[in-house]
Design a protein around this ligand. Structure first.
Ligand SMILES: [Zn+2]
Length: 268
């Protein structure tokens, strides 16, 4: 396990020792010896006051970093506090580019997403925001990537300045919600819906679902190749599956035999 990065820059370190307290009795202590200690305590109280005020205002802490390398559409390397860190964008998933060594095949629009992220982020200064879980099982940081620090954390600012949102709005990524990191999940679903309805990016590579309840195919059941979950074709989640990940099944048995689990919402 790598260290949590917030612990590295604790702005309010507690004094490790109290050199003014002597073992040989308080009566020998003189007031002037206490003055620096009192000043230090006063400063600590002020600092902690500031910290709790900014938390109360609901302002998440952002860490500045520089993007040094782009792995694919949703993964980059950054320089953060003098260290190289791999960062996976939280709540979104771009189509894969090919990784022959990992047995991963290229997905439609994977290359475009990677090229777009390179164009937008490489060598750029960014601000990272973390959700509840800071790292994934591969030790990558999980972050919301801000192109500019937002003045307020409103939908308008998120649309304009957060790169995770930009990927969704332009159809370079789909929503991938992984609890407990769900801070912006509802907004992300909304952004994805907008991109899908406009046929943007990956949503334009195959026939787009237009009428609610009437999927593009005739199949009764629809699965997601990535999550291995299958749905009734009129389930709202079935419509969130990108063309690249969409699998159609004629029957429930067919889906189960292919190793898919039933959706807990539409209970196919
Ligand atoms: Zn479903």
């Amino acid at each position: 396990m790598r260290p949590l990065i917030f612990s590295a820059g604790n702005p309010c370190p507690a004094p490790k020792t109290f050199p003014y307290l002597r073992k040989d009795g308080a009566s020998r202590l003189r007031l002037k010896n206490f003055i620096p200690l009192l000043l230090a305590l006063f400063a600590l109280i002020l600092l902690s006051g500031c910290a709790s005020r900014s938390e109360a205002a609901g302002k998440p802490k952002l860490l500045q970093a520089v993007v040094t390398q782009v792995s694919d559409g949703d993964t980059v390397h950054v320089r953060l506090n003098g260290r190289d860190e791999k960062v996976r964008f939280t709540g979104v998933n771009c189509p894969e580019i090919s990784h022959p060594s990992l047995g991963i095949r290229e997905q439609p629009y994977g290359k475009q997403a990677a090229t777009y992220t390179k164009k937008r982020l490489l060598k750029r200064k960014v601000w990272l925001e973390f959700d509840v879980g800071q790292r994934d099982k591969y030790s990558r940081l999980l972050a919301y990537v801000w192109l500019n620090p937002p003045a307020v954390f409103t939908e308008k600012e998120i649309r304009a300045k957060m790169y995770n949102a930009e990927l969704l709005l332009n159809g370079y990524a789909q929503v991938m919600t992984a609890p407990p990191n769900v801070k912006y999940a509802d907004l992300f679903v909304k952004f994805q819906r907008e991109a899908r309805e406009k046929g943007k990016g990956l949503w334009g590579v195959a026939p787009v679902v237009t009428k609610p309840g009437k999927p593009a195919g005739k199949a009764a059941y629809v699965g997601n190749r990535r999550s291995k979950v299958f749905h009734r074709s009129d389930c709202k989640w079935a419509k969130e599956i990108s063309p690249a990940n969409r699998m159609e099944f004629g029957s429930r048995e067919e889906a189960v035999k292919a190793g898919y689990r039933p959706c807990r919402v539409c209970r196919p």
